[in-house]
Design a protein around this ligand. Structure first.
Ligand code: BG6
Length: 485
């Protein structure tokens, strides 16, 4: 693996949740694994007036909490000297001077500006960086989702960033693309001959993509209530997963070639609008229930959630891709908070053989591929085999590729991998503007359909698989969700 060159990484929102929970722990690990060049400097910036030493102490305490058993005091001491801090008010140009002084000492280096703040600050930050003369040709900017709340607002944010950074300098993070199994899916699909001939409408009956969480909205009630599961998860993570499953083999793994293929899928998604919204989507909201035996409140009882909120915490969608490879194959997308299991998986259900020579042991797809991303990383292939004995009786058997067991090296967390790619200047796993806008263009009519509908989201009890209507979405075509098979 080529190491990134030494550079200056500036984290805006450095005292915030993402920085403390994900970015600094990721940098700590990268440093510990020898993947950060010695001269790389990480500068946190935020409004809080803190001395660099006080920031380091805060970061240490937070990382210790978030890293748990992975935290080692000595490793932290080795990493800490690379960590710096500047007080800065993102909206106030005058406060950029200390950051400018610090960066200018090393102006030959590459710079990465990581905007881990509310998107409403992105325009000011980019303009102020520009006015302070801090954006060089070798600078990059990293932005976190949600980029806007609909197509128009995402365009505005992209325009604002685009005034100061060229598209090739903009890294839009979707952390699902940094997950090891997602990249493994690319490797399985395009590094092997085995799957490609089967990966099409003639052989695949349906595809199911589920990201189910145990968590509720936690302390994010205010943000979540304005966002909902469709914007928070489907527009980004689930559609990106769908692209990776469905895209044509790219001619190479280079950024724009891969992103061109993903874009073609997003543009081939059949629009869901008008009456289709109610027929092909289900939105739900959790009510009080239990997660792993512990009682949990309903969504409407969560802090900062209005008691009459219609925000969805669950979505299921029957998506269709109008292209030659996938016409007629439903892609079922499902995500929810407070679900029965914490689980992220992609299930490819293959068609039945054309001739039923043997008595089938059960009515569902004999062949199934399950790519599980969470909680464990596995790839399972289900086949039918003859049960030993004097009669021919078939039984499902599972070929299980336990990747963690097969490769016993430490897995890079999504943010570690993505930070490495930003530092190396590799855009393959980042979302291009046209992809992001195509995703918004597809979800927008669904949001409009829901807004216009008189019904509230369907209630489901916390700790279940969501509203019953989500099962009907499949059973009306004679199918069922994976956990029912
Ligand atoms: C984030 C969403 O993008 O992804 C959260 O904003 C969600 O609501 C999270 O909990 C899920 O990510 P992961 O990696 O924990 O599955």
């Amino acid at each position: 693996m080529t190491l990134p060159a030494e550079l200056d990484l500036v984290i805006f929102g450095a005292t915030g949740d993402l920085a403390m929970r994900k970015l600094l722990p990721a940098l700590y690990h990268l440093h510990g694994d020898g993947l950060l060049a010695t001269g790389t400097r990480v500068t946190g910036v935020a409004r809080e007036r803190l001395e660099p030493s006080a920031y380091r102490a805060l970061a240490q305490q937070q990382c210790e909490t978030h890293l748990g058993k992975d935290y080692q005091g000595q490793r932290w001491q080795d990493f800490a000297p690379q960590l710096h801090y500047c007080t800065l008010d993102a909206r106030d140009a005058a406060t950029y001077a200390p950051l400018a002084r610090s960066l200018e000492q090393r102006d030959r280096l590459e710079r990465v500006f990581y905007l881990s703040t509310a998107p409403s600050l992105f325009a000011d930050i980019c303009r102020n960086l520009h006015e302070a003369g801090l954006i060089t040709a070798r600078s990059r900017v990293v932005v976190e989702k949600p980029l806007g709340h609909d197509l128009e607002s995402s365009r505005q944010i992209n325009d604002q960033i685009g005034r100061y950074f060229h598209e090739s300098q903009i890294y839009r993070i979707d952390h699902y693309l940094g997950k090891e199994p997602v990249q493994n899916l690319l490797a399985l699909r395009f590094g092997n001959m085995l799957f490609e001939p089967l990966w099409r409408r003639e052989c695949v009956r349906d595809v199911q993509i589920t990201v189910a969480e145990h968590l509720g909205v936690e302390a994010r009630g205010d943000f979540y209530d304005k966002t909902g599961a469709l914007r928070d998860m489907v527009q980004s993570h689930l559609l990106q997963l769908l692209c990776i499953v469905a895209m044509e083999p790219p001619a190479s793994i280079s950024a724009d070639v891969v992103r061109d293929e993903k874009l073609k899928i997003l543009r081939a998604l059949r629009p869901i609008r008008g009456q289709d919204v109610m027929a092909k989507t289900v939105r739900g909201q959790y009510r009080a229930g239990a997660i792993e035996g512990q009682p949990v409140p309903g969504y409407l009882e969560e802090e900062a959630v209005p008691p009459d909120s219609r925000t969805e915490t669950f979505v299921a969608i029957k998506a269709e891709i109008d292209n030659w490879r996938w016409a007629g194959v439903p892609f079922f997308l499902r995500t929810g908070k407070r679900m029965q299991e914490k689980l992220a998986e992609i299930v490819i259900n293959f068609r039945e053989p054309p001739l039923a020579m043997f008595e089938a042991p059960y009515g569902s797809a004999a062949n199934r591929m399950v790519i599980r991303m969470q909680p464990e990383e596995t790839v399972e292939m289900y086949l039918l085999a003859k049960q030993p004995g004097d009669v021919v009786q078939l039984r499902p058997v599972c070929l299980n590729l336990d990747l963690a067991e097969t490769f016993r090296t430490r897995r890079l967390e999504a943010y570690e991998r993505l930070l490495m790619d930003v530092m190396r200047g590799n855009l393959t796993l980042f979302v291009r503007r046209d992809e992001q806008e195509a995703a918004w263009a597809w979800v927008e009519p669904i949001m409009e359909g829901w807004r216009a509908a008189p019904e509230r989201p369907r209630l489901y009890t916390a700790g279940t698989w969501g509203p019953a209507a989500s099962n009907t979405l499949l059973s009306s075509s004679g199918l069922s969700w994976h956990e029912e098979l």
